[in-house]
Design a protein around this ligand. Structure first.
Ligand SMILES: NC(=O)c1ccc[n+]([C@@H]2O[C@H](COP(=O)([O-])OP(=O)(O)OC[C@H]3O[C@@H](n4cnc5c(N)ncnc54)[C@H](OP(=O)(O)O)[C@@H]3O)[C@@H](O)[C@H]2O)c1
Length: 313
């Protein structure tokens, strides 16, 4: 990528897309296309084709998707599958047909089998059954990375697929029903502190282990891999550090200075028992995460404190 290359970031109003657009602009790239959904509905094949015909981006970061936590997946299975499949098919196919040099597709660690050996290597893909609570989204993401692989095989086109672990950071979705565990907890502790609530309730037992990566580290890995990685094989992007949900709750309680109790609602599902990615393929290329979870939580909580009035919630 040159600083005057035409670069399209799909999903630039989202957590990952906004971090990638931010990093591109801070790295001196001057021609970044970042239309929002109102300007370009990626589910609409005709407008997507027209956009690529008009702008012919050389590099594409596909960070647009219908994303959500366990509750949202359970409530909207059809939409999660249909929307993600159509966004991916429209953007990947149009990028190829309109001569893009390279496309980077963002998948997710939920593509891997629920009981894959830990830490999860890329080779575990399609070796066992998926976590049922988010299978619709996972199937769509598997179709996306396979589409990149198929276009690379049939046309010799340069498309790569990143499998990030759980992301967090400024600009996340903090809604009670649609968000992932980390932003949901930030919001819950913040409101409990402001409302002087006696306790905060956490879904499940608190025992599941999770890996988190700050979204600015993800953006740095994405720019690094756009330059350094040319295989259609998926590549994991993780921090290599995992915590239990209970430890995460305690850390967020500390950064929010909440003084009440933490209560566990064991009637609610825990989701997968553990989900740690093996990111040695990426680390072997020379990339390493920079932002520790404690540092990232402090920064994200501070961001939420100042933006919660108009944050996605
Ligand atoms: N968040 C995570 O923990 C995580 C972990 C691993 C991988 N990922 C991957 O990272 C990618 C981005 O996720 P995220 O967390 O950044 O999600 P997000 O914050 O919800 O952002 C999704 C983006 O996609 C856009 N979008 C959705 N449907 C669209 C449509 N029909 N037309 C145009 N734009 C549309 C959204 O626009 P609006 O703002 O208008 O809704 C938003 O900009 C996804 O592929 C996801 O699989 C995320």
């Amino acid at each position: 990528m040159q600083t005057n290359s035409t670069i399209f970031v799909a999903g630039a109003t989202g957590l990952a897309g906004s971090a990638i657009a931010r990093r591109l602009s801070n790295s001196g790239y001057r021609h970044i296309l970042a239309p929002n959904r109102q300007a370009l509905d990626l589910k609409n094949r005709i407008v997507v084709d027209r956009f690529f015909k008009a702008h012919a981006p050389e590099y594409v970061f596909l960070a647009a998707a219908r994303v959500g936590g366990i509750q949202a997946n359970a409530q909207f299975p059809a939409e999660f599958l249909q929307e993600n499949l159509s966004i991916q098919c429209n953007v990947i196919d149009a990028a190829y047909r309109h001569g893009a040099k390279k496309l980077l597709f963002l998948g997710s660690s939920c593509i891997y089998p629920r009981l894959a050996p830990q830490p999860i290597r890329e080779e575990s893909l399609l070796t066992g059954s998926l976590e049922p609570t988010n299978q619709w989204y996972a199937i769509a993401k598997i179709a996306g990375l396979k589409m990149c692989e198929a276009y690379a095989l049939q046309y010799g086109w340069n498309a790569i697929s990143l499998m990030p672990t759980n992301l967090y950071g400024p600009g996340d979705n903090f809604s009670e029903t649609q968000s992932h565990v980390l932003p949901a907890l930030i919001r819950r502790f913040h409101e409990a502190k402001r409302g002087r609530a006696e306790s905060v309730t956490i879904w499940g037992t608190g025992a599941p282990q999770r890996e988190f990566l700050h979204v600015d580290d993800l953006a740095s890995a994405a720019l690094f891999l756009m330059e350094a990685y040319h295989s259609p094989e998926p590549i994991n992007v993780g921090s290599g550090m995992e915590v239990t949900i209970a430890e995460l709750a305690e850390s967020i309680k500390a950064v929010s200075a909440y003084e009440g109790e933490i209560v566990y609602d064991r009637a609610k599902p825990d989701g997968a028992p553990r989900k740690l990615l093996d990111s040695s393929r990426l680390y072997a290329l020379g990339w390493r995460p920079r932002i520790s979870l404690q540092e990232g939580l402090r920064e994200t909580y501070a961001w939420f404190e100042t933006h919660h009035a108009h944050a996605r919630a």
